[in-house]
Design a binder for this molecule. Structure first.
Ligand code: B4P
Length: 192
């Protein structure tokens, strides 16, 4: 099995790139953001809670996110592996993921971060906000709140995965296909 985390700030292209590369490795793509948005549009209890945080640019509480993620993983087993996009976003989430995978005798193989500077991220997200209908992309204030959440809660994961010798960073700026080529080449170099 191959388990990859695509890491990065909001708007760095995690979802975009995970969708583009999943078939190369026959992996199941789990996007916690997509699962929350699907639940919100279906009006489920999970969706009703998640939207209260997402619409303010805040992270959904760990307890809710972790139990949702565990159900997702179990529902796809057995499979060739996972590409996690948008999860983990806190140390507690990362520890829970490690524990869950360990209980199935699995582990994370690598964490690949897409490096993009903040002004480009703000531009991308405001641009998407014009058509996506996503309330968290609508104003610079909400995007800044998401970037603050990243700095406070998600950035510590860089050291967490560096300590496990699993963290790799690539340039996330440029043509979509160029970023995909960089990503595939780094993944291939690690699994060959
Ligand atoms: P997510 O859905 O994970 O989304 P994201 O961080 O906004 O974006 P991503 O990095 O995937 O960027 P994308 O490819 O879409 O999170 C949304 C919210 O869900 C969070 O704020 C939080 O509230 C909640 N949530 C999710 N997971 C959670 C968790 N684990 N714990 C707690 N809460 C959680 O790309 C963005 C835009 O850039 C797109 O328009 C794309 O077309 C464009 N783009 C991508 N690559 C480009 C490139 N190379 N050049 C130009 N544009 C590019």
């Amino acid at each position: 099995m191959l388990n990859i985390i695509i890491f990065g700030k909001p708007g760095s292209g995690k979802g975009t790139q995970a969708s583009l590369i999943k078939d190369n490795y026959n992996l199941v793509h789990i996007s916690t953001g997509d699962v929350f948005r699907k639940n919100t549009s279906q009006g489920t209890d999970l969706g009703k809670v998640a939207v209260q945080f997402m619409s303010k640019g805040e992270l959904v509480p760990d307890e809710i996110t972790i139990s949702m993620l565990k159900e997702e993983i179990k529902s796809f087993m057995p499979c060739n592996g996972f590409i996690f996009d948008g999860f983990p976003r806190t140390i507690i989430q990362a520890e829970s993921l490690d524990d869950l995978l360990k209980s199935m005798e699995l582990n994370i193989d690598m964490v690949v971060a897409l490096d993009v500077e903040n002004n480009k991220l703000i531009e991308r997200l405001l641009n998407r906000g014009k058509t996506s209908g996503r309330s968290d992309d609508k104003s610079e204030e909400k995007i800044n709140k998401r970037l603050e959440e990243y700095d406070k809660k998600t950035k510590p994961l860089i050291d967490f995965y560096k300590n496990q010798k699993k963290f790799i960073s690539i340039n996330g700026v440029g043509d979509l296909n160029d970023v995909t080529t960089r990503l595939i080449s780094i993944i291939d170099s690690k699994i060959s």
